[in-house]
Design a protein around this ligand. Structure first.
Ligand code: SF4
Length: 415
């Protein structure tokens, strides 16, 4: 029976309801459709609040509109990155006119949708504090809301139709969507094994993918995904000796990606910029930069991390699980990377997150990482990765740098 491309898939174990903290209204541009703009700008906001007696909206440039129904944007006050309508943690538009009067993008946040050949996969953004803390109603009990949000999403992004027709297990190992789903089920099974740490679960996923790559011929269409061998594979043991110590390029990659995903000041990631990638090759920095300090990777990895903290473990698990469920780590979901490279990039992001949280704790002179360090870290990671645009040059460089299972497993040794 052909797959239902319209079926809405909802992740289990993920909760969300707005907690009214107002934190989501910072750090991003509030775009509006023509209808939003006409509705919101019809109000004389300056008559209600003197600070709104200025230019509050601007038209979007053609490049800012591309592929969307947005036409205008709310203009922040000079030097501010918080929406000007946020007052005392509450939305002034909502307070004056009600929730449905707000821009559609605000009503839709933090829900996200990925269309695929087997249906539409719903996720929620980890930029939201309620999502980070898993607060509210389980998404599986919000089907009606999600269907309405999906309609909004389609209206906002009418041309968003990811192309999943050329996915690969690894370079020159094409797979079909059905074969991908078998691999995804295997990854999810390993990721959900709560008898071991999230780091060990990721290591088990790397082993699974390594075994699948070894079994799949290059160049020709790949065969069906096969069950992993019961005993450790030859490939795994061949690389075991090189798994314990990071090499210079591993550290260099970590420090470069740290600059992108955790910049000292928020900026658009220069992922497609050739100068950036030349920098990756020729800059040999192995330190992480924080607001007021620089820490070497070797220093950070020694900083105490609470290995058995159930809240931190659960947050990290939900983050990785959501990335995989939402297909936001490979193929059309992430720069058209192969499944293996996309997964290894996820491992790199996970390692960076755990190191960055250590840096935050160290900076505030705490003796050990705590939940707030992890919350701040994942929020920033999600924000920056959401800004990412990966062109073909960047994608092939990533394939080169991150295809190696040995590298992914080395990164996990310091996570
Ligand atoms: S319009 Fe309201 S909900 Fe939207 S970002 Fe601004 S304050 Fe937040």
């Amino acid at each position: 029976m052909p797959a239902n491309t319209e079926e809405l898939h909802i992740p289990a174990g993920i909760n969300y309801d707005c907690q009214g903290c107002g934190i989501c209204c910072s750090g991003w541009s509030v775009n509006m459709t023509k209808e939003d703009y006409e509705r919101v700008s019809s109000v004389d906001w300056g008559a209600l609040k003197p600070e709104y007696k200025r230019k509050m909206f601007r038209e979007l440039k053609p490049t800012e509109r591309a592929g969307t129904n947005y036409t205008h944007r709310i203009v922040n006050a000079p030097g501010e990155d918080t929406c000007p309508f946020l007052q005392d943690k509450l939305c002034f538009i909502h307070g004056q006119k009600g929730g449905p009067f707000k821009p559609t993008i605000c009503q839709q946040f933090p829900y996200n949708f990925t269309p695929t050949p087997s249906g539409i996969y719903a996720t929620v953004s980890f930029v939201s504090m309620a999502v980070l803390y898993n607060q509210g109603t389980p998404l599986v009990d919000q089907r009606e809301t999600l269907e309405k949000k999906l309609a909004d999403f389609r209206y906002l992004h009418p041309q968003y139709q990811p192309d999943w027709s050329k996915i690969q297990l690894s370079v020159e190992q094409p797979i079909t969507w059905d074969q991908y789903l078998v691999h995804e089920a295997a990854l999810m099974e390993r990721l959900s094994d709560k008898s071991v740490s999230v780091t060990d679960r990721l290591r088990n996923c790397c082993d699974y993918l390594q075994e699948q790559v070894a079994k799949t011929p290059r160049g020709a269409a790949a065969g069906a995904a096969t069950k992993p061998a019961d005993s450790a594979s030859a490939a795994t043991s061949a690389t075991a000796t090189s798994l314990s110590t990071l090499n210079k390029l591993d550290k260099h990659l970590l420090s470069t990606f740290h600059k992108m995903y955790f910049p000292r000041r928020a900026h658009r990631i220069p992922f497609n910029n050739i100068k950036f990638w030349l920098g990756v090759w020729f800059n040999s920095s192995t330190v992480f930069e924080f607001t007021s300090e620089f820490y070497a990777i070797d220093q950070l990895k020694e900083f105490p991390f609470p290995e058995n903290d159930p809240q931190i473990e659960d947050m990290l698990f939900r983050y990785v699980y959501s990335m995989i469920f939402g297909k936001k780590y490979f193929g059309a979901g992430f720069g058209h990377l192969s499944l293996v490279t996309g997964f290894h990039h996820l491992v790199l992001a996970y390692t960076l997150a755990r190191l960055h949280a250590r840096g935050l704790a160290k900076q505030r002179q705490a003796p050990i990482v705590s939940l707030i360090d992890m919350v701040a870290t994942l929020k920033q990671l999600e924000t920056q990765m959401g800004e990412l645009m990966i062109g073909p040059y960047a994608a092939s460089t990533l394939e080169l740098l991150l295809q190696s299972p040995a590298r992914a497993k080395r990164l996990l040794t310091i996570a």
